[in-house]
Design a protein around this ligand. Structure first.
Ligand code: GRF
Length: 199
């Protein structure tokens, strides 16, 4: 199976997926990084990992449909089976959703449906909750709303800061995303839905 990873920022999840693929714990070909932010560190990581990158700025297109059509053509040319969003800071439009129905995944740093959207970690801290987490879900037209595939809870310790909590969350993300991808792409259907205990 071939996947394309979409990222807008640092790309640490992209790298974790790529490293798992190189190590053979994830049996998938990462054919492409799609990045909508020229200069994002994810693009440097792609270069270091030897993975081709499509760096594409939505501003250069007349519409979201035109922007996504350009991406779609590239994905079709590479025969990409699945789209994996990893810090891609943009809603997926009808063009990509239509072509990859049920084949787009996202990872979000909260226990959805709690704290969707931007700065989920800051939202959880501001709300004063004692646990948050990581959720992997299928993407639909909404903001972090599609069917949930897996989630892992993370305790919020007293005195936790955004930095310490983000570190904990990212550590979970980097192991959960490759694991869920392997299950989804190569595992038994029934094993896909699961929930992990509190870390
Ligand atoms: C991750 O925390 C992910 O949950 C969220 O954006 C962040 C991306 O981080 N959607 P990175 O670019 O993979 O380092």
């Amino acid at each position: 199976k071939k996947i394309a990873v979409f990222a807008s920022g640092s790309g640490s999840n992209f790298q974790a997926i790529a490293v798992a693929a190189q190590a053979g714990t994830l049996n998938v070909e990462i054919s492409l990084l799609v990045c909508d932010k020229p200069g994002a560190f994810a693009v440097d990581r792609a270069e270091m990992l030897g993975i081709p990158a499509l760096v594409i700025s939505p501003k250069s297109y007349a519409s979201k449909a035109a922007y996504e059509t350009e991406i779609l053509q590239k994905l079709a040319g590479l025969e990409i089976d699945m789209i994996v969003l990893a810090g891609y800071m943009r809603l997926i439009g009808p063009t990509l959703l239509g072509a990859y129905e049920g084949k787009i995944l996202n990872i979000h740093p909260s226990l959805l449906p709690a704290f969707p959207g931007k700065d989920a970690i800051g939202q959880a801290l501001a709300a004063g909750v004692t646990k948050t987490g990581v959720t992997i879900h299928f993407v639909d037209e909404g903001m972090d709303t599609g069917p949930i595939i897996a989630s892992t809870a993370v305790k919020i310790a007293p005195g936790e800061t955004k930095e310490t909590l983000q570190k904990k969350i990212q550590r979970i993300e980097h192991s959960l995303y490759p694991e869920v991808l392997e299950q989804l792409l190569n595992g038994e259907e029934e094993a896909v839905q699961w929930e992990k205990s509190v870390h």
